[in-house]
Design a protein around this ligand. Sequence first.
Ligand SMILES: Nc1ncnc2c1ncn2[C@@H]1O[C@H](COP(=O)(O)OP(=O)(O)OP(=O)(O)O)[C@@H](O)[C@H]1O
Ligand SMILES: [Mg+2]
Length: 337
Amino acid sequence: MTEPKGVTGMAAGLAELGAEAARAHDPYGDDAVIACDRLVRIFTAEKIEVQALQGLDLLVTAGELTAMVGASGSGKSTLMNILAGLDTPTAGSVRVAGHDLAAMGTRQRLAYRRTTVGFIWQQTSRNLLPYLTAEQNVTLPMRLGGSGRRARHKRAGELLDVLGVAYCAGRKPEQMSGGEQQRTAIAVALANAPKVLLADEPTGELDSATAADVFGALQKANTELGVTVLIVTHDPAVSSMVRRVIAIRDGRTSTETLRHSTTDADGQLSDHAVEYAVLDRAGRLQLPREMTGPLGMRDRVRLEAEPDHIGIWPDAPGTRPGDNGETGDNGATGDDG
Ligand SMILES: Nc1ncnc2c1ncn2[C@@H]1O[C@H](COP(=O)(O)OP(=O)(O)OP(=O)(O)O)[C@@H](O)[C@H]1O
Ligand SMILES: [Mg+2]
């Protein structure tokens, strides 16, 4: 029996639909340790809605040391609190080290905060318990995690040593400087060997020399212990020392700066920073205002596909590619008055 043509056609159509569905469910960020997909967080205070995160996409690979920058109110702490398991998104999905944060129950959330992520706050006083010594502060999360006394003591000693504050082991926070407290706070955050270390302006209260020590400690945690580190910072010294800097604008990732080291013909090592616009999953781009403003780009732009790039042009007569006539009369400057 031959199959009626219609059925074959239908099967082909279904196969095509299936393939399309598979594409739609592509494993976004499956190999990433942090994967935020169209993350939304809306706060409602006194009947006013604030959209702190507006469909933020972010992928961070295991072992990366990344800085996050952005104007005040752009949503950095909102994102960090969600990644830390302290807050939940209004919509979108967020996965950290295989945990689906939107779907976690209270108990899972607690375990997640205890073992999967470590967190360092800007306020030194918020990171350590004042009545415990540095060593006791570091062993506390391990006690909650159930490890034995000897193992706790050994690991606390090792961590304080790696972070350069072994001499503070017996001191209480009030007997330590701000930088020593923050380095101890990193040891506390690392106590249960988390996959991810989150630090929200960890050097915000410190002078620049001390800030450099604390940043050095975070770098060490990254290189020597292999933990993935995400740092929110306003400190240009910090953002100039990491390979990847993500800029957040209006609740979305807008640009990324990647730093590459190259060696020239004479063997001289030099650093290059390249700024990229982030292309989200739907193909959306945020064009920096510094670039669109001077060209009078507003509302819409013209795109020209070239073999190896895409040209973006203002939507004004006379400024189009290949438009030879009357540019003097109708150029972007014509709008100014
Ligand atoms: N609990 C909350 N209730 C209401 N609005 C909030 C809440 N938390 C944050 N917001 C608002 O969400 C937006 C983003 O705030 P967020 O704290 O994430 O900014 P930020 O980038 O960390 O800024 P900063 O650099 O000043 O720390 C702001 O408009 C803020 O007022
Ligand atoms: Mg903040």
